[in-house]
Write a protein that binds this ligand. Structure first.
Ligand SMILES: C[S@@+](CC[C@H](N)C(=O)[O-])C[C@H]1O[C@@H](n2cnc3c(N)ncnc32)[C@H](O)[C@@H]1O
Length: 223
C-alpha cells in the first residue's frame, strides 16, 4: 500500500530526476524575490545567510556575487553538486557551504547563527501543516534577533490550486510535483518569534505560477 509518507518521500527522487534531466531548470539568473532579498540583505549589512531549498542555485549565486556567505540546503544532492561547481567557476566557492538536508529534520545550524534566511518555493513543497509549523520555528531559532526571513510560496490563486491529485492540507500533485498552496491564514500563522513586515504578490514562469513573497523580522526580545 502506498502511504502519504511514501508519496512525500518520493518527492526527493522526483526532484533528483528532474534536476539531472534539466541541468538549468530555472536558468542562471536570479529570480525576482532573489534579487529583492539580495538587495535587502546588503542594505541591512548582513554577512551570513541560510538558503533553504536552494536547488541549482540561481539565487544562491546572486547572494555569493553580492559578497554574502551562504549556507545552501537542499535534499537534492546532485543539484547542490552543480551549485558547488558553479560557485567555484565564478570564484566564490569559499563563501558557500552546501549541505544535503531534508527540512523535515531540524536545521543543522546553532541558535541565532545567521543574519538572514531565504527560500524560493521551499515552504510550498510537500510539507504538512505541522511540518510547516516546525520549520517556521526552526527558522526563528537559527535567525539572530533582528534578522530577516524572506520566503516565497505559491498561493490559492494559482492555476494549479485544486487541480491534480489532492494529498490533504491543501497539497495538490501536478506533473509529479506536490505543492502545498498557501492561503493568507497560513502566512499569518507561520510567524513564531517574528513580525510580519510585508506580503507582496508576484508571478513567475509561463503558467504563470502565482506567488507571495513574504518578509519577516526576528523579534529582538526573547519570546
Ligand atoms: C521549486 S524548487 C525551487 C529551487 C530554487 N529555490 C529556485 O527557485 O531555483 C524547490 C526545491 O526545494 C527542494 N526541496 C523540496 N523538498 C525539500 C525538503 N523536504 N528538504 C530539502 N529540500 C527540499 C527541491 O529539491 C528543490 O530544489
Amino acid at each position: 500500500m502506498t502511504t502519504d509518507k511514501d508519496l512525500l518521500d518520493g518527492q526527493l527522487e522526483h526532484w533528483q530526476r528532474t534536476f539531472v534531466a534539466n541541468p538549468e531548470m530555472y536558468g542562471p539568473d536570479p529570480s525576482e524575490p532573489g534579487a529583492y532579498a539580495r538587495d535587502l540583505f546588503r542594505r541591512e549589512g548582513m554577512t551570513d545567510v541560510l538558503e533553504l531549498g536552494a536547488g541549482q542555485g540561481r539565487d544562491t549565486l546572486a547572494f555569493l556575487r553580492a559578497g554574502l556567505n551562504v549556507t545552501a540546503l537542499d535534499y537534492a544532492s546532485d543539484a547542490l553538486a552543480g551549485l558547488e561547481r558553479a560557485a567555484k567557476a565564478s570564484g566564490h566557492r569559499a563563501q558557500l557551504t552546501a549541505v544535503a538536508h531534508d527540512v523535515h529534520q531540524p536545521l543543522p545550524l546553532p541558535d541565532a547563527s545567521v543574519d538572514g534566511v531565504y527560500s524560493h518555493m521551499l515552504f510550498n513543497m510537500a510539507l504538512t501543516m505541522s511540518e510547516l509549523d516546525h520549520l517556521a520555528a526552526e527558522v526563528a531559532r537559527v535567525l539572530r534577533p533582528g534578522g530577516l526571513h524572506v520566503y516565497t510560496v505559491r498561493h490559492t490563486g494559482d492555476a494549479h490550486y485544486g487541480a491534480g491529485t489532492a494529498h490533504g492540507d491543501d497539497m495538490h500533485e501536478n506533473g509529479g510535483f506536490i505543492v502545498h498552496f498557501f492561503d493568507r491564514a497560513l502566512v499569518d500563522r507561520l510567524t513564531p518569534g517574528c513580525t510580519l513586515l510585508d506580503v507582496t504578490e508576484f508571478e513567475e514562469g509561463g503558467l504563470p505560477r502565482r506567488l507571495w513573497r513574504i518578509t519577516l523580522r526576528r523579534s529582538e526580545a526573547p519570546q
